[in-house]
Design a protein. Sequence first.
Length: 364
Amino acid sequence: MEFINQMEPWFDEREADAVNAYLRSGGWITEFRKTRDFEAAIAGFTGATHCSVVSNGTISLTLALLACGVGPGDEVLVPDYTMVASPNSVQPTGARVVFVDIDRANLCMNFERMVAAVTPRTKAVMLVSINGRAPERIEEYVRFCRERGLYLIEDAAQSLGSCKHGKNLGTFGDIGSFSFSAPKVITTGQGGALVTDNPKLFAAIQKLRDFGREAPGADHYLTMGWNAKFTDLQAVIGLVQMEKLPWRVERKKAIYARYQEQLRGMPGLEWIPTNLQETSPWFIDVLVDATRREALIAHLKSCQVGSRPFYPALHAEPVYARTAERHPVAEEIAQRGLWLPSASKLTDEQIDVVCAAVREFAGK
Ligand SMILES: Cc1ncc(COP(=O)(O)O)c(C=O)c1O
């Protein structure tokens, strides 16, 4: 039997044909019309007014913070449980990361903890909609930030296609950020996108990603800026992937539902509350007994099944080394979480193989 990867991207003849046609058309590969089309497709899908595509979903967050004027002396609130890119994106701005514990109900930043973490130096909140889930009270986060004069940056890297109360994730905050790295629901190899309804923030992002230029190609520099631009070669792939997105969003939900159906009630396995009307789970995530997680991973591997432990609680990682801090929910989740095979291209038969292997382990 072929190994079932925990995650893999999915392309077919359509992307191959699009790349071929683009190269034959004499395009310069660097960003131009296809990138603008890709941005329009993302804005159209999410319902945002503006979209700016950049090199990846980490630099996108840094640019979002810089566009909001975040700098030295400021603090940015970031959940303790997230991909390391979320806090790392703060570092280039010179601001300080303040870790906040998460909510058991959705693994996103806990509202009360966020409120308690605000100081006079707080400039922005980075709300990560982890695995397509968002807080039920997301509007309260928006209201709180507005009332306190804080910028709300949504790190929706894992949430393209998920929504809350009928509104796309990534469009609640001042700026929303997406990632198109290889494991994401759609991918361009690398890539990121920022969406906003705020024309001033959009104008700032456009300059920050293009050397501070007044306009593309115009060598008049209004602000400090870097090169975080995309390429048309990636955009032609992204445009085909965007056409596939609605199907993939539904397929991810169906994959999750099939896993739940087959593993429901299994001792030692806990599900995170998930409303499949709104959430398209990017990864199939379960909580297991922390002391048996490594053994389960090894068992799955022996059955030709890939899996991956959750991210660690970031405050205690050597790079941050804030070992005196305590974020109990993040710490527990990080030790118990496991991602099962989650690619959109997984067949029902493969899901059944994975579930049989998980059940076999439980019976051991
Ligand atoms: C929550 C979150 N934020 C940011 C990123 C960074 O995105 P990229 O890999 O495109 O830089 C990721 C990537 O997995 C992510 O999961």
